[in-house]
Design a protein around this ligand. Structure first.
Ligand SMILES: Nc1nc2c(c(=O)[nH]1)N[C@H]1C(S)=C(S)[C@@H](COP(=O)(O)O)O[C@H]1N2
Ligand SMILES: [Mo]
Length: 283
């Protein structure tokens, strides 16, 4: 298995050791490659505690209060669930989630544009393996994701001031990148409701808003989709959403970030540390 930058990411559950020592990064050649700065090298990089990652969330359908979401999500039901994949494809399908493999395990930093990061071990499937099941046709250029619309169970959907349901999009080449996952588990357990059960997107080199939760539909499209945040606040959220410490944001500096549980901020890395894996997509 290829090791990705910033964190030594493996297919075996490396987080079981809890602490990803910088020594491992040195062993992986990340320091030699200049991907881990000496400043970062002075401290160790840990997986976020499961407790923190499941009680400090962004999920605007429930609330804008990050610590309230895990309480409010209790009333949300995630089974039965059908995932439709359609649009510019040769074989549209409705997937039983139980048939999807969940044997890809990746520890990725989830970097929110607000300046905080949770380092989470995800399990699921590469999106490209799911897309190849439906066989995108020649018109397919983008992938549009739709989250669930359940105003009865999601309090913020009863207000009209956001373009519900939450939607997001990727270019087809981004969707086919091997880093891009559909996750059905985290910490080797089924996804919690607050973290996006039963199935969510995880795109590690992009800001968290791209990693849409509770997906009901994946539509291959010819035209570039408009994400819900992009539509609601275009000056703050662009379509690409690539992590970039040098691109100023009107509300939050993107230069630094707080890893949940730590006291001091760390420098934010270009493409969230995955520059050598994805920079070619944007050349
Ligand atoms: N459906 C939906 N997906 C969503 C959001 C949301 O409000 N609704 N918030 C996004 C944002 S802004 C972030 S930072 C991540 C947070 O993921 P986490 O709570 O699992 O850490 O989820 C993303 N996916
Ligand atoms: Mo976010």
């Amino acid at each position: 298995m290829k090791r990705f930058t910033r964190f030594p990411v493996t297919d075996e559950a490396i987080y079981k050791s809890r602490r990803l020592l910088i020594k491992q990064a040195i062993a992986c050649g990340l320091v030699a490659g200049g991907l881990v700065s000496p400043a970062r090298g002075a401290s160790e990089i840990s997986v976020t505690s499961e407790k923190r990652a499941t009680t400090y969330c962004n999920y605007y359908e429930f609330s804008s209060n990050k610590q309230m979401i895990h309480h409010l999500a209790k009333a949300f039901s995630v089974s039965p669930w059908t995932l439709t994949i359609d649009g510019e494809v040769k074989k549209p399908i409705q997937v039983e989630l139980s048939i999807l493999p969940d044997d890809v395990s990746r520890t990725y930093p989830m970097r929110c544009v607000e300046g905080w990061t949770a380092v989470i071990p995800w399990q699921g499937v590469m999106l490209r393996d799911v897309l190849s099941m439906v066989e995108p046709n020649e018109n397919a250029k983008y992938v549009k994701f739709y989250s669930v619309f359940r105003p009865d169970e999601m309090p913020m959907q009863r207000t009209g001031n956001f373009p519900w349901p939450y939607v997001e999009g990727l270019r087809l080449d981004e969707a086919m990148h091997p880093l891009t996952m559909l996750a059905t588990k985290m910490y080797d357990k089924p996804l919690t409701k607050q973290n996006g059960a039963p199935i969510r997107l995880v795109v590690p080199w992009k800001y968290g808003y791209k990693s849409i939760k509770a997906i009901t539909r994946i539509e291959l499209t010819q035209n570039q989709p408009v994400g819900s945040w992009q539509q609601a606040v275009p000056s703050e959220y662009d379509f690409l959403g690539n992590v970039n410490p040098n691109q100023p944001h009107p509300r939050w500096s993107q230069r630094r970030e707080l890893l949940l549980g730590e006291k001091r901020k760390r420098k934010t890395l270009m493409y969230n540390g995955f520059e050598s894996d994805v920079a070619a997509l944007y050349a």
